[in-house]
Design a protein around this ligand. Structure first.
Ligand SMILES: [Zn+2]
Length: 204
């Protein structure tokens, strides 16, 4: 997590690392009860699963040039072997970053701590490089105990547990099942349970 002292700076940083590192980002910002935009904001990024991180560190582990029909089996076998190696050797010892997951999950893990640094919160605006994943996606996020799979459902749980605050989820690019959906904002609203204090906005 990175802290910025203005929303403009935070948004610029999110754009930069998205362009250069092709990462997914989430920026947590606030408005206070005086309707002022709070300067301080918090930037989070996605972190790949341990196996993917390890493959990047050990390029020899990449599987290439095999017959396409053998690939699923070879990949599954390699991933199983790597997962067990990681659990024996330890993520930290292997230099892997933790905890992994979607940028939204990183934000949710630190949400309370960030709110503790802001006074008189009325609205929460979260900027995302990509629309949050949903239950209709191939691999909805599921890296947090006590939270439902998919980031859309997690935002719903977040808004439900802070009924006095309004949450706006603003995303730049429609992702996964929402790609090409001309009514994605409405679809996300429906999928999140239609809470009155949670809205989705596509910033085109
Ligand atoms: Zn997600």
């Amino acid at each position: 997590m990175q802290k910025y002292s203005s929303v403009r700076e935070g948004l610029a940083a999110m754009q930069q690392f998205t362009l250069r590192q092709r990462k997914v980002g989430a920026l947590l910002t606030f408005q206070d009860t005086g309707s002022k935009i709070v300067d301080v904001c918090f930037l989070f990024e996605s972190l790949e699963a341990p196996v993917q991180q390890l493959i990047k560190k050990m390029p020899d582990m990449a599987i290439k040039g095999e017959a396409p029909e053998d690939m699923p089996h070879l990949l599954a076998a390699r991933n199983t072997a790597m997962r067990s190696a990681i659990s024996v050797l330890g993520e930290e010892e292997l230099g892997l970053q933790t905890p992994h997951g979607h940028a939204e999950e990183a934000l949710l893990r630190d949400f309370d701590a960030c709110c503790g640094q802001v006074k008189d919160i009325r609205d929460v605006t979260i900027y995302l490089t990509h629309s949050p994943c949903t239950q209709h996606d191939q691999a909805p996020s599921d890296n947090m105990q006590g939270w439902p799979p998919s980031c859309t459902a997690k935002f719903s749980q977040l808004a439900a547990s802070h009924a006095k605050w309004h949450f706006s989820i603003c995303y730049s690019k429609a992702f996964g099942a929402m790609e090409g959906n001309t009514d994605a904002e409405k679809a996300l609203k429906t999928l999140s349970g239609g809470l009155s204090n949670l809205s989705f906005v596509h910033l085109g």
